[in-house]
Design a protein around this ligand. Sequence first.
Ligand SMILES: NC(=O)c1ccc[n+]([C@@H]2O[C@H](COP(=O)([O-])OP(=O)(O)OC[C@H]3O[C@@H](n4cnc5c(N)ncnc54)[C@H](OP(=O)(O)O)[C@@H]3O)[C@@H](O)[C@H]2O)c1
Length: 279
Amino acid sequence: MKILITGSNGMLGHDLIKVLEENNELILTTSKTFDITDKKQTMDYICDTKPDIVINSAAYTDVDGCEQNQDLAYAVNGDGVRNLALACREIDCPLVHISTDYVFDGSARDPIAEDGEIGPISVYGKSKLKGEEAILEILDKYFIVRTAWLYGINGRNFPKTMLELAQNHSEITVVYDEVGTPTYTPDLAYGISQLIETDYYGTYHLTNSGSCSWCEFARYIFEIADKDVKVIPVTASEFARPAPRPSYSVLNNKQWVENGFKPLRNYKEAIKEYIELIK
Ligand SMILES: NC(=O)c1ccc[n+]([C@@H]2O[C@H](COP(=O)([O-])OP(=O)(O)OC[C@H]3O[C@@H](n4cnc5c(N)ncnc54)[C@H](OP(=O)(O)O)[C@@H]3O)[C@@H](O)[C@H]2O)c1
C-alpha cells in the first residue's frame, strides 16, 4: 500500500514508520514539508501523491501549551484535520486519525466505550474533538483511533521524565487522582497496521490493557528500573498545571475486540520492554 504519514517526526510517527516500512511504500511528511493547516497545500499534496491511505499522526500535543495557544490548537487539531478529510474525500482514500482520551470529562467510573458521553475539559481535548467532528461530517471511510498516555522511544513522555528525575531526586510527588492506561507507541502502531488492512471503518478505542494512576505508574517504573525513589501521592489540584485533565479516562477497547482483533498487551508488560530498551 502507498501510505502517507503526517507527523512522521513525532513519537507515534517514528513507530508507524518502523512497523509499516517493510511492506508498504511510505510518503513521510513533517510540518516543514507539509503543513496540514494550509488548506491548499494539503489538497495539492494529497491529490499529487495519491496515497491509498493517509495516517494523521500530526497534532499540537502540548496539553498545557494548548491553553495558552488556543488558535494554534484549533488550527492544527481541528482545521488541519478538516483539511486532510477534504483532501481524502477528493481522492476517495481512507483517513486514519489519532485522537485522545481527553475528549472525555473524567466523570466515568468504568472503562469508557467508543459511544461514551463526550465532554472535553481542556482546550487540547476540545480541539481534538473538532478534528473528530470534521471527519464524521466529511468522510465515510475513516478510522478514528482514540488512545491515551502515550510513550515511546522518540519523544518526551512520562516514563522518560520519571527516569530522568530519578537521577537526582530521592523523592518525587506524582498525581494519584488521574487514572488511565499508559500505551506504548510500538503496540499502538502495530494495532493501526492491522486496522488498515481492513475496511472496518469507524471509531476505535485502542490502548494497552489494564489501568493505573500516574502515581502507580511511577512506582511501577521505579520498581522495574530498580530505582530507589519515594513516590509521594498528590492530587491534581495540588500539582497545578494550566490544563485540567480528566480524573478517569480508561478506554474500553470495545470495537477493537468486537471486530476480532486481539487486545493489546497489558501496560505492565509493555513498560518493562521499554525500560529494557532505554536503560
Ligand atoms: N502523547 C500522548 O500522550 C497522546 C495521548 C493520546 C493521543 N495522542 C495523539 O496521538 C497522536 C500522536 O501523538 P505524538 O505524541 O506522537 O505527537 P508528537 O510527538 O507531538 O508529534 C506530533 C507531530 O505533529 C507534527 N505537526 C505539528 N503541527 C503540524 C502541522 N501544522 N502540520 C504538519 N505536522 C504538524 C509535528 O511535526 P514537526 O516535528 O515536523 O513539527 C510533530 O512531529 C496525536 O494525534 C495526539 O493527539 C497523544
